[in-house]
Design a protein around this ligand. Structure first.
Ligand SMILES: [Zn+2]
Length: 467
């Protein structure tokens, strides 16, 4: 953990004054000195082990240019022993890098296959000035004005490490926003979190404060203004979907521990295009697709990511169940706490139907692979099978040890690990220590095994057997 990185005297005036020729993206461009000088040395070796501790961004939406100040974790040897000085590598596939500066002036850098390799020498911070461009809504700055870079697209918005293991704090300033629009984003995130947590959204936003939790967190919802529509317009839908959100957030805080992303939060409606659904855990102002803004469960789900996913982050993509399974379970429990046992029971009935459908549509899979960093998360892991099997793992285990005991154990894990990366196996070991009950039989059934355990009788609790 490190303190927030101060933007300091950085100025936007430097934009446009750069002499370096923009490099072609995604191609092997050879060595380019920061001032465009042609270097004739060997290529700069990659060093992906040098972590990013703090990321401070100033994004100019009018010029489509930005400045990133990055503070690095201390050097641990590695590339520092090559004779050229320490190197740090960053993902930057969608960026047109114009200039890379260290504390004492320009730094040598090189673009290879979209990545950015910089000779940082003895410095532990650098500034990258770059241009960026519009992307598909899920891969950067989308056409409707919101960003999303999960899982591995942060390099389309800022120099980064998409590997969730490497958490960073953030500072963000968005300028060049046209007058009729509002930009919603956190100015500061002081808890280390995955690169994909950061986002901003611009639009003709209106927000309403929904309430304040007992811990003093102000909970709001934001939607894009539209004339007409009445109760079925964006405002009416947003307010209906978030009726229980303050109570949900209050339960999460009271049950799990202090929220790590400030004292103001909001569900922000975003337009991801036709057919888009779901939400994204951009804490503290998480995004919910305008198509599902009426769904209380979705708001609860994204809110719960403040504790698992964004708060305690996953160490490997293979640990996705620590984020999505835990959160799917917690969202059901939070709905129960806010809206009653019947509402929670309906969530579980819906989850059962979702699991059944997902097994047909996506195909079955074990959702907790033993590897780390080997699975393509989008192709090989992500999907409702993982979300739902993860949720039912916790429900099943909670039925055995007591759900209050389980939630308390999850809270203790959160309080111990917030701001750090954790393996799912570490969580399971923690649960065993905290509750005294093995997770093995439950994990074999839901996380490492195949099939739909809900379909296997006997069962003493609905939802149960599926026809
Ligand atoms: Zn999620």
């Amino acid at each position: 953990m490190r303190a927030a990185f101060v933007v300091g005297a950085m100025s936007l005036l430097g934009f446009g004054a750069c002499e370096a020729t923009p490099e072609l993206l995604g191609t092997d461009t050879g060595v380019a000195g920061a001032r465009g000088g042609k270097a004739d040395r060997d290529e700069i070796p990659a060093d992906w082990l040098r972590g990013i501790a703090a990321t401070a961004l100033v994004v100019d939406l009018e010029a489509m240019e930005a400045t990133a100040q990055l503070r690095l974790d201390p050097a641990d040897g590695g590339s520092c022993e090559t004779g050229r000085g320490c190197v740090a590598s960053f993902e930057a596939a969608g960026l047109d890098v114009r200039e890379v500066l260290g504390p004492n002036g320009p730094l040598d850098y090189e673009r290879r296959e979209g990545d950015l390799h910089v000779v940082v020498g003895a410095a532990d911070s650098l500034t990258v000035r770059y241009g960026f461009k519009q992307q598909d809504p899920s891969q950067g700055l989308g056409p409707a004005g919101s960003t999303s870079v999960w899982p591995t697209y942060c390099g389309n918005l800022f120099p980064c490490h998409s590997d969730p293991w490497d958490g960073t704090t953030f500072e963000l300033t968005v300028v060049g926003v046209s007058e009729e629009l509002t930009a919603i984003y956190p100015e500061r995130i002081t808890t280390e979190t995955p690169a994909y947590t950061l986002a901003f959204a611009t639009g003709k936003y209106e927000c309403q404060v929904l309430g304040e939790t007992r811990a003093g967190t102000e909970v709001s919802v934001c939607w894009v203004r539209k004339v007409g529509g009445g109760a079925n317009g964006p405002r009416g839908k947003a307010l209906r979907g978030t009726e229980s959100l303050t109570a949900v957030f209050d339960w999460l805080e009271a049950s799990l521990g202090a929220y790590a992303f400030g004292d103001e939060v909001a569900s922000v409606s975003v337009d991801w295009g036709d057919g888009a659904v779901g939400g994204m855990e951009h804490h503290p102002f998480w995004h919910v697709s305008d198509s599902e803004i009426e769904e209380p469960l979705l708001h609860a789900h994204e809110a719960a990511h403040g504790w698992f996913g964004a708060g305690v982050r996953i160490a490997c993509w293979e640990d996705l169940v620590l984020s999505e399974g835990t959160v799917s379970y917690l969202a059901a429990r939070a709905i129960g706490a806010a809206s009653g046992a019947e509402a929670e029971q309906q969530v579980w009935v819906d989850y059962a139907a979702e699991l059944e459908a997902a097994l047909v549509e996506e195909g079955d899979q074990a959702v907790l692979p033993a590897t780390c960093g080997e699975v393509d998360v989008l192709e090989g892991l992500w999907g409702n099978v993982l979300y739902m099997k993860g949720a039912f793992f916790f429900r099943d285990y909670g039925d055995a040890v007591g759900h209050d005991v389980l939630v308390e154990a999850l809270g203790a894990f959160y309080r111990e690990r917030v701001g750090t990366a954790a393996r799912t196996t570490e969580l399971l070991e923690h649960l065993e220590r905290a509750t005294g009950a093995d997770t093995e039989v439950f994990a074999a059934k839901w996380l490492t095994g195949l099939g739909n355990p809900l379909a296997a009788a006997p069962c003493d609790r609905e939802p149960c057997a599926t026809p």
